[in-house]
Design a protein around this ligand. Structure first.
Ligand code: PLP
Length: 383
């Protein structure tokens, strides 16, 4: 009987099944060396010379991620921001790029503050609208279309396949910040993207104890070679212990994300009937404007992230966050513990986020406990 290809969840759980050839250990050792031996004839036949460029502790997490994304190669970075900024820094001078109006605010702020100094002209558009995207790209001038889907923190959904067609027709590459979707739910490269980026700080690691970023490429082309050089010469590298922790987190990625998706769907449905809630923003709800596209390009769930708009404005939203007991009032997302955050307090004046919005990162606690905690906090008697 011929064996079928393994499910991605098996690949993740076993870390591709790698074991240590020397000892038989089922967990590979953490390599801490910063430098590697030369051969007597002055060659580096084992392929590694110095820790900024080469780290054996990256091999397994990069290979697992490459397999999960269906790509050709991956790179670990010291943060999601470093991974994304690496892509921008690889663009030739006088490039035009397109970015979403709704995106992780830290990246928007990098583009607003630093892109011009790198010679990049950035146009922010509503990437959920194919017409707006088509109008924004400039033939032979646009080098990069950057999208994020679902996009933090309104969870708007961009059609990856359509964005890929538009980018490629203009001669640009398409890069997707897939942090919220994770490879469990979406494989952007199979839909036509050229690069996938993750803040691995979030779901890939999943335990709120590592800051890391990743890039995965569809092909090892000249742009990828530049990205490898940007990391090794710029030095935005991950520590060996962090790479080990990241791999450990990735091995439980599937059950964590699947659990978070189921709970988020339940919580979104429950809150959409709550009289203190003006609007629930979650792609898993049929009334969400991106629901049909999300149902097509996301498999097995709509993610563990949702946002709610609280009746009564910013004060009511902040008061609600103040009254929860199980949810933790903290920034970030994708950890095993559920987090709640008033986003307008974080994002600044140019953010598209309404003042009454609370962002919810659903963890793996019991969903009844999470829903009950929010419902108590929202109860009008509390205000
Ligand atoms: C969607 C998204 N992209 C990128 C980042 C940046 O990642 P990091 O904090 O790992 O630098 C974040 C961080 O919150 C994020 O949510």
């Amino acid at each position: 009987m011929t064996r079928k290809p393994l499910h991605p969840s098996t690949i993740a759980a076993q870390g591709l099944g790698w074991t240590d050839a020397a000892t038989g250990a089922v967990v590979l050792p953490v390599h801490t060396a910063t430098t590697f031996l030369r051969d007597r004839d002055n060659q580096y036949r084992r392929g590694r010379s110095y820790g900024r460029a080469d780290n054996p502790s990256y091999d397994q997490p990069q290979a697992v991620l490459t397999a999960l994304e269906g790509g050709a190669a991956s790179l670990l970075f010291s943060s999601g921001m470093a991974a994304a900024a690496g892509v921008f820094q690889c663009l030739p001078r006088n490039s035009h790029m397109v970015a979403p109006r709704v995106m992780y605010w830290g990246l928007r702020s990098w583009l607003k503050n630093f892109a011009a100094a790198w010679g990049i002209d950035v146009e922010f558009v509503d990437t959920t609208s194919p017409d707006a995207l088509r109008r924004a790209v400039r033939a032979r001038q646009t080098r990069l279309v950057w999208i994020e889907t679902p996009a933090n923190p309104l969870w708007s959904v961009t059609d990856i396949a359509v964005a890929g067609e538009i980018a490629h027709a203009a001669g640009a590459i398409l890069a997707v910040d897939s942090t919220a979707a994770t490879p469990v739910l979406t494989r952007p490269l199979a839909l036509g993207a050229d690069l996938v980026m993750h803040s691995a700080t979030k779901y890939l690691n999943g335990h709120s104890d590592v800051i890391a970023g990743t890039l995965t490429t569809a092909g090892e082309d000249a742009f990828w070679e530049r990205l490898c050089a940007v990391r090794s010469s710029g030095g935005a590298i991950l520590g060996s212990f962090e790479a080990y922790l990241l791999l450990r987190g990735m091995r439980t990625l599937f059950p964590r994300v699947e659990g978070a998706c189921q709970s988020a769907q339940r919580i979104a449905e429950a809150l959409s009937h709550n009289p203190h809630i003006l609007e629930v923003l979650y792609p898993g709800l049929p009334e969400h404007p991106g629901h049909a596209i999300a149902a097509r390009q996301m498999t097995d769930g709509f993610g563990g992230m949702l946002s709610v708009r609280v009746r009564g404005g910013a004060d009511a939203a902040i008061a609600t966050a103040a009254r929860v007991e199980i949810w933790k009032r903290a920034t970030s997302l994708g950890g095993v513990e559920s987090l709640i955050e008033h986003r307008a307090s974080v994002e600044g004046a140019d953010s598209p986020v309404p003042a009454d919005l609370l962002r919810l990162s659903v963890g793996i606690e019991n969903p009844d406990d999470l829903a009950a905690d929010l419902e108590c906090a929202l109860d009008s008697r509390a205000f």
